[in-house]
Design a protein around this ligand. Structure first.
Ligand SMILES: *[C@@H]1O[C@H](CO)[C@@H](O)[C@H](O)[C@H]1NC(C)=O
Ligand SMILES: *[C@@H]1O[C@H](CO)[C@@H](O)[C@H](O)[C@H]1NC(C)=O
Ligand SMILES: *[C@@H]1O[C@H](CO)[C@@H](O)[C@H](O)[C@H]1NC(C)=O
Length: 392
C-alpha cells in the first residue's frame, strides 16, 4: 500500500486501530476500559450459593452468616462469598437466588447455584448422597425459563420493571461459573479410584461445554469461569477419605485428590480453548482459583492466617470436622440440646469455615488475588471480562 498524504495514513491507522478495538470487545464498543456489566448470572455449587439450597431444602443454620449478615443468609460461610465480592466490585447488588421466591430482586442478575450441585446429574437423591438435584443442566433450564418469562412479565410494566432485567442486559451480563468440585467428590464417595474419577472427567466437561453453548445461543457473551480448587486440602476430604502417609503433599493435603482436581483443570482449560473457536463472539476468561487457594493454604502464615487445615466451625478430630455433626450441629445430652458445631473465636484469621467451605476472610483474600487478572487466562481483569484479549 502506498500513501502520498500523511494525514490519510494517520486516518487509515486510526480506523484500523479502532476496528481492532471494536472486534476486541464483545459489546462492540470502542472502550478498552471497564465493561459496565448490567447483570451477573451465576452458575455453581456451594462455593457461590447465595440462598438456592436454603430456599428449597432448609436454611443453612446459625452460626452461618454470623460475621457479616449477623444471621443465616443462605450461604455456607460466616459471611460473604467470592461471588458477593464480584457483584460488589462491579457496582451491583448481591445476587438473589433464583429459587428464593420472597424478597428477591433480579434487576441486576440471578444466582442459579446451589450447594452440592454437580455438572452431571447424579443418580442419587440429596438425602442419600448430599448432592443437590439442581445440577448444571437444571440450572440451565432455570436460566432459560427466567430469560423467557422475565421478559413476558417485564413487558407488563408495573412492579416487574423494578424486579427483572431488561432484554438487552442478557448480552451485557457477566456469566460466572464455579462448579466441578462435587463431580469429582461424587466418585470418591462411591469408592471409585482416582483413575476411575479421571476417566469420567471428559464426560463432565462435555456437559459443561453444552451449557456454555446454550447460554451463548441465547445471547450470553462474557464468561468468567473459575477452575476447581484444591479439594484435597479440605477437612471433609482429608477426614472422610484417608490416604497413606506417602500421599500427603507438601502443604499437608491429600495429594491424589489434588492431582485429580489439577487434571480436571487442565481439561477445563482445553475445553475453553475449543469453545473460543466455536463461539467467535464470546469472551471466555479462565480463572485459576486453584493456585490462589493452594497458595493461601500452603503459605497461610505469610498471608496472615492460622491453622489452614482445620475448620473454624466444627466438632472434634484432627481437622475440627465431624461428618455427623456439622457447623451449627446440635447433640442431645441428658434430654437437653446443646450446640457442638461451634464457631472458633476469630474466623477472620481462619481459612476454612466448616470443613468444606472458606471463611469470608479467605474469600475476600481470594477475590483480591483474582480481580486484577493475575490468575486469568487470557490475563483479563474482572472489569474487562467482556474483552476477548487483554486491552492495551
Ligand atoms: C446415571 O445413570 C445413567 C444411566 O445408567 C448414566 O448414563 C449416567 O452416567 C449416570 N450418572 C452418573 C453421574 O453417574
Ligand atoms: C430492585 O433493585 C433495583 C436496583 O438496585 C432498584 O432500582 C429497584 O427499585 C429494586 N426493586 C424494588 C421493587 O425494590
Ligand atoms: C465405600 O467403602 C466403605 C468402606 O469399605 C463402605 O463402608 C461404604 O459403604 C462404601 N460406599 C459405597 C457407596 O459403596
Amino acid at each position: 500500500m502506498e500513501f502520498n498524504c500523511p494525514s490519510l495514513l494517520i486516518l487509515t491507522l486510526v480506523v484500523l486501530f479502532s476496528s481492532i478495538l471494536v472486534s476486541n470487545s464483545v459489546f462492540g464498543k470502542t472502550t478498552t476500559t471497564h465493561c459496565e456489566f448490567a447483570a451477573v448470572f451465576n452458575f455453581g455449587d456451594s462455593n457461590s450459593d447465595t440462598g438456592g439450597l436454603s430456599a428449597a431444602f432448609g436454611q443453612a443454620p446459625p452460626p452461618h452468616g454470623e460475621t457479616y449478615f449477623h444471621a443465616p443468609a443462605g450461604r455456607y460461610c460466616d459471611g460473604r462469598l467470592v461471588i458477593d465480592f464480584i457483584a460488589g466490585s462491579l457496582g451491583l447488588p448481591y445476587l438473589s437466588a433464583y429459587l428464593d421466591s420472597v424478597g428477591s430482586n433480579f434487576t441486576h442478575g440471578a444466582n442459579f447455584a446451589t450447594a452440592g450441585s454437580t455438572i452431571r446429574p447424579q443418580n442419587t437423591t440429596l438425602h442419600q448422597s448430599g448432592f443437590s438435584p439442581i445440577s448444571l443442566n437444571v440450572q440451565w433450564y432455570e436460566f432459560n425459563d427466567f430469560h423467557r418469562r422475565s421478559q413476558i412479565f417485564r413487558n407488563q410494566g408495573g412492579v416487574f420493571m423494578k424486579l427483572l432485567p431488561k432484554a438487552e442486559d442478557f448480552s451485557r451480563a457477566l456469566y460466572t461459573f464455579d462448579i466441578g468440585q462435587n463431580d469429582l467428590t461424587a466418585g470418591y464417595f462411591l469408592n471409585m479410584s482416582t483413575d476411575q474419577v479421571r476417566a469420567y472427567v471428559p464426560d463432565v466437561l462435555g456437559q459443561f461445554q453444552s451449557v456454555i453453548k446454550n447460554i451463548y445461543n441465547q445471547g450470553g457473551r462474557s464468561f468468567w469461569i473459575h477452575n476447581t480448587g484444591p479439594v484435597g486440602c479440605l477437612p471433609y476430604i482429608m477426614d472422610r477419605l484417608p490416604i497413606t502417609a506417602g500421599q500427603v503433599d507438601k502443604a499437608g493435603c491429600s495429594g491424589p485428590f489434588n492431582d485429580v482436581a489439577q487434571y480436571f483443570n487442565v481439561k477445563l482449560k482445553e475445553t475453553l480453548v475449543r469453545l473460543r473457536m466455536d463461539l467467535p463472539m464470546a469472551a471466555i476468561t479462565y480463572v485459576d482459583v486453584y493456585s490462589v487457594k493452594y497458595s493461601l493454604i500452603s503459605q497461610a502464615t505469610k498471608h496472615g492466617f492460622v491453622h489452614p487445615l482445620q475448620a473454624c466451625c466444627g466438632h472434634g478430630g484432627k481437622y475440627n470436622y465431624n461428618k455427623h455433626i456439622g457447623c451449627g450441629g446440635k447433640k442431645t445430652v441428658h434430654g437437653k440440646e446443646i450446640l457442638v458445631g461451634k464457631p472458633c473465636k476469630d474466623p477472620s484469621v481462619m481459612i476454612n469455615w466448616d470443613g468444606v467451605h472458606f471463611t469470608e476472610a479467605a474469600n475476600k483474600w481470594i477475590f483480591d488475588q483474582i480481580v486484577d487478572g493475575s490468575f486469568s487466562d487470557p490475563p483479563i481483569p474482572l472489569h474487562m471480562a467482556c474483552h476477548r484479549r487483554p486491552p492495551h
